[in-house]
Ligand binder design. Structure first.
Ligand code: ARG
Length: 523
């Protein structure tokens, strides 16, 4: 079509000549000319079969290594100390985890960082109430709850009494200058909070290479602001230090308040510099809520003026909505705690399992319910495009017959059970024969795995992989309906189909693994 435009010839004639004069590659059928000038080539099933045989022997299942490996810092999850992790943290945690898995599978060096919010102004009010109560040791089983209660008490006092507000400010100032007792209390808050976070990360199967809170950069902030002033990147405005750029917004980027206090953005600048300088990052990816887009535009703009040689990306996501299409909340109107969400996922998965497998009980049932519940939650959260808000419903997420983790896991389980019945190893390797269209369709799909992983990684959008796995599971079920495996008409066909079954299972397992979802051998 392009050639036709350039030469003024009839596109259909050019297509006919192309079809006649271009040699057809060996395993391809002769081309057909269609429409106003399309040339359709068809790959013979035999070539597809050969490609599947090669894929079968490839330990990477067709995922190519990037020719340009980078050191990538993935800044994700990053909750705030002394507060329970809530539903707002789930998408950052899961997206950051999947993107880390995807990018490292493609050959990048990924450094996963939890940039904990451990140095905010909330500590003044918290310390006020905590110290009034006599600095009690926090109970490991309910420490976060206790910390939230102290904060609430401190907040109520400070808001209703200006004298208490001053006291809270004094507490914060004492902490920030490193007063011994306050530091000890703060460390206690951090330890107890970390235990809570780690329990959630353990259940989610999420790990970090580095947990470095905002406090770690505290000492660098005064010098950093001076440097930005000296370089004329920042300026003093009404006693505060700001960076201007009217292309971003009329309001400037605040890096030091007129009372001398530093801000979220100042810490982010210090963290960014340290990642470039100490970790040799070529790229930093920040995974947060879409509401922080402006913050990151400012951060990236300032870093660029500051000559920090690093690619910067903000991977943002939309909000999880309740059935009323408003941000998902618990019955009492507070954000749903992540721990409670995981518990409920498990309990609901347990009920479903008990129906399907009345023979299960005790530890086995528990472990399966935990896996299935969390898998469902993870899949449901990653399946919608990340920039979209999505409506959360338990029924949809746990359904065995929808675009869900149980549906895909069921396909995997089925593949394993066929192999067990055939009494052969999990990954048979036999010549592939493609007769039925359902087995050819499935084969072509399996060949696309590497391409889809590459797309999900380079677009920073794991939902591409979700869609692919859902389709693959569907094609596998169709294949299974249309193509007898154990009852195949010849031993050669049986072996070929068993190989397809094994490979489909392998690819479903690998793909789910890249989404942080483990598989199980039996439902
Ligand atoms: N602690 C922040 C929050 O809960 C997220 C931090 C994201 N990372 C960063 N480097 N700013 O909203």
């Amino acid at each position: 079509m392009v050639a036709a435009k350039q030469t003024g010839a009839n596109p259909r004639e050019i297509a006919l000549r192309l079809a006649q004069e271009c040699p057809t590659p060996p395993d391809w059928a002769n081309p057909e000319v269609a429409g106003s000038g399309f040339v359709n080539y068809r790959v013979h099933p035999a070539a597809v079969a050969k490609a599947v045989e090669t894929l079968r022997k490839d330990p990477a299942f067709g995922i190519l290594q990037t020719p340009k490996a980078e050191t990538i810092v993935m800044d994700f999850s990053s909750p705030n100390i002394a507060k329970a992790m809530h539903v707002g943290h789930i998408r950052s945690t899961l997206l950051g985890d999947s993107l880390s898995r995807l990018l490292s599978r493609c050959g990048h060096k990924v450094i996963r960082i939890n940039h904990l919010g451990d140095w905010g102004t909330q500590f003044g009010k918290l310390l006020l109430a905590y110290r009034q109560a006599g600095r009690p040791a926090l109970d490991p089983n309910r420490s976060i709850q206790q910390l939230e209660e102290f904060y609430k008490k401190g907040h109520e006092q400070a808001e209703s009494d200006p004298k208490k507000m001053d006291e809270a400010r004094a507490e914060l100032a004492a902490l920030q200058t490193g007063e011994t007792e306050r530091m000890k209390d703060w460390q206690h808050f951090c330890h107890r909070s970390a235990e809570h976070f780690h329990e959630i990360y353990r259940r989610l199967g999420v790990t970090f290479d580095l947990e470095k809170g905002e406090s770690a950069y505290h000492d660098e902030l005064p010098g950093l602001v001076e440097e930005l002033l000296r370089l004329k990147i920042a300026e003093i405005s009404q006693g505060a230090v700001v960076v201007h750029n009217t292309n971003i917004s009329e309001e400037p980027f605040l890096i030091r308040k007129s009372d001398g206090a530093f801000l979220y953005g100042t810490t982010d600048l210090a963290a960014l510099r340290s990642r470039v300088r100490d970790l040799h990052a070529n790229r930093i990816i920040y995974v947060t809520d879409g509401r922080q887009q402006l913050h990151f535009r400012w951060l990236f703009d300032t870093a660029q003026k500051w000559n920090q040689h690093v690619a910067l990306e903000h991977v943002w996501f939309g909000t999880i909505l309740g059935p009323d299409r408003k941000p998902l909340k618990s019955r009492d109107g507070t954000p749903i705690k992540l721990g409670d969400l995981l518990d409920e996922a498990k309990e609901r998965a347990k009920k479903i399992l008990q129906e399907k497998r009345p023979d299960l009980s005790g530890e086995v049932l528990n472990a399966k319910a935990e896996l299935l519940g969390i898998a469902s939650l993870k899949y449901a959260d990653q399946m919608p495009g990340r920039n979209l808000d999505y409506v959360f419903t338990w029924e949809k997420l746990l359904a065995f017959d929808g675009n869900t983790a149980p549906y895909i896991l069921n396909a995997y389980v089925r593949s394993r059970s066929i192999l067990r019945k055939a009494g052969i190893p999990a990954s048979p390797d036999h010549p592939i024969v493609l007769g039925e269209s359902a087995e050819e369709e499935l084969s072509r799909q399996l060949l696309r795995f590497g391409e889809v992983v590459d797309l999900a990684a380079s677009d920073r959008k794991p939902h591409h992989l979700c869609g692919y796995l859902f389709e693959t599971a569907g094609m596998f079920h169709r294949f299974f309906e249309a193509c007898p495996v154990l009852q195949a008409s010849s031993p050669a066909l049986q072996k070929s189909r068993l190989t397809l079954v094994g490979l489909t299972g392998d690819i479903l397992r690998e793909g789910l693994g890249l989404l942080g979802i483990p598989t199980l051998e039996e439902m």
